[in-house]
Structure formats: C-alpha cells, structure tokens
Design a protein around this ligand. Sequence first.
Ligand code: NAP
Length: 277
Amino acid sequence: MSAAKILLITGVSSGFGRALAQEALAAGHRVVGTVRGEQARDEFEALAPGNAVARMLDVTDFDAIDGVVADIEEKVGPVDVLVNNAGYGHEGILEESPLADMRRQFDVNVFGAVAMMKAVLPYMRGRRKGHILNITSMGGHITLPGISYYCGSKFALEGISETVGKEVKPLGISVTAVAPGSFRTDWAGRSMVRSPRSIPDYDGLFDPIREARQQKSGRQLGDPAKAARAMLEVIAHDSPPAHLLLGSDAIDLVRQKLSSLAQEIDQWEALTRSTDG
Ligand code: NAP
C-alpha cells in the first residue's frame, strides 16, 4: 500500500463517495466524509470506527465550509486529498426548466466544489503538497438534449479544475478532474431533479431520453467500486493527470466529440482565420 493519507470526500452517503471511502479505508487511509443527515453520519462512521470520520455539511452552506475544514485540520489531521464528489443531476429541457433550478445546480456542482477548494488550498499551500479530485462527468466534455444545466455545471467544473491545476502545480499541489461515464449510483434515481414537461414541441426528442434514463437507472455499465480503485491509483501517482475519464462509454463518446469538433474547426477554418488584422 502507498503511504496512509487523509482523504476529505464530500457526499459519502452513497454512490462514488461511499465507494471511494470504502476502498480508501480498506487500503489503510483515513477518510473524513461529509454527510447531510444523522443516519448517513452513523452509517458512515460504522464503516471503520476511528478511521471513518463524518462531518455534517451541505456544500451550499458556503459560510460553514471554512470552519468545517479548519476543524478537520485541527482535530483529524492534515487533509492530503480533497475529493469534490457531492453533486447531482438536473434533467429537463432548457426552455422548460426554471432558472432557479440552474442556480441550484451550479450552487451544488460548481460553487460548492470551488468553496471547498478555497478552504483546503491555504493548508495544502502551506505544506507544498496535496491533491484535489473534482468529480465532473463525461457530461463535462459531451452533451445531449435534456441535461443542459448539468452539462453546463460539469463543463464549468472541468474548466475551473484545469485552470486552478495550473495555478497550484508550482506549489506542489495536483488537481485532477475525474469524468465518469454512466455508473450504478443513485445519480439517476433518488438524487436526480427532473423538471416537469410543459411544451409538447419537445415530446418527440425528449420523452424517449427521459424514459431511457429511468429504465437504465441501476443497470448502468460502470461499477463504482472499480471507479474508486481507479481513483486511488491516481491519488497514489507521482504525476497525476489533469483529466481522467472513467468507463468505456466515456472514452468512446468523448473521442467521437473530439473528432467531430476537430472536423468542424477544419471546415470553418477559413472564416475563423479571416478576422485577424
Ligand atoms: P449519488 O449516489 O446520488 O451520490 C451523490 C452524493 O452527493 C450523495 O452523498 C449526496 O448526499 C451528496 N450531495 C448531493 N447534494 C449535496 C449537497 N448540496 N451537499 C452535500 N452533499 C450533497 O450519485 P453519484 O453518482 O455517486 O454522484 C457523485 C458525483 O458523481 C456527482 O458529482 C455526479 O454528478 C457525478 N457523476 C455521476 C455519474 C453516474 O453515472 N453516477 C456520472 C458522472 C458523474 P445526500 O445523500 O445527502 O443526498
């Protein structure tokens, strides 16, 4: 095993956060996991009494974040790895989905993750060491109709992650954006926020997409335990990547996107270049 570390993972009640916590604990690391309820807290701490430490935190409680991180640094120890995992998917046609739903999506998936980074970075900088994993999504590279707010939030987190990675690399800190494909978590089940349908013009396009996602929930290709082991491998690496895709669906779809983007850029190159001078 690599040297024991302290991981701070947001959202350990289910899915990737829970799986990563379990694999990290099994590998001998200590895990501080954030939860939003007493039952989740008790269940998490029971995984490995003493080594699984829960902290109550909603990542949109921005004023609380610095205090929670300071308390962890003081009472548990130095955070070696922050995993910004807490997040959820909003599903809905853009025109049908209230702006408030978009704000909430960005508050959790983007602003929450940024606030967490801002809280741990002073400590990591002081030690000239640390690793931040931001769980984005293949939806941070590719898009499909009906999840514009979600893709927007994950594209934002990909961009922020890559940028901050360049800012902190000279200070000994790594940042990796981890973009999973479809995995068997609660993402498309209890956690998903679905805006109601209201505009029949979108029925033909969107109804089959919504239905297919509901059907597939729980039967996705990806195994969260395997994703967790892959993340541990990246955490142990001397020079971790800025971006890591997880799952064969993710790599196939992102490759297709990159090649069609390259084709489109080529096709419009003359017009693109015509604006210089
Ligand atoms: P999940 O099983 O629904 O887990 C989501 C976790 O995030 C839960 O622990 C949840 O806590 C927590 N959470 C949600 N909102 C929060 C908030 N405001 N403050 C604190 N914690 C919050 O789904 P998951 O798939 O593991 O999701 C983890 C991450 O992976 C998300 O960022 C998601 O977008 C991303 N992702 C998932 C997939 C996939 O196919 N599953 C693919 C790509 C990316 P509660 O129990 O309190 O709700």
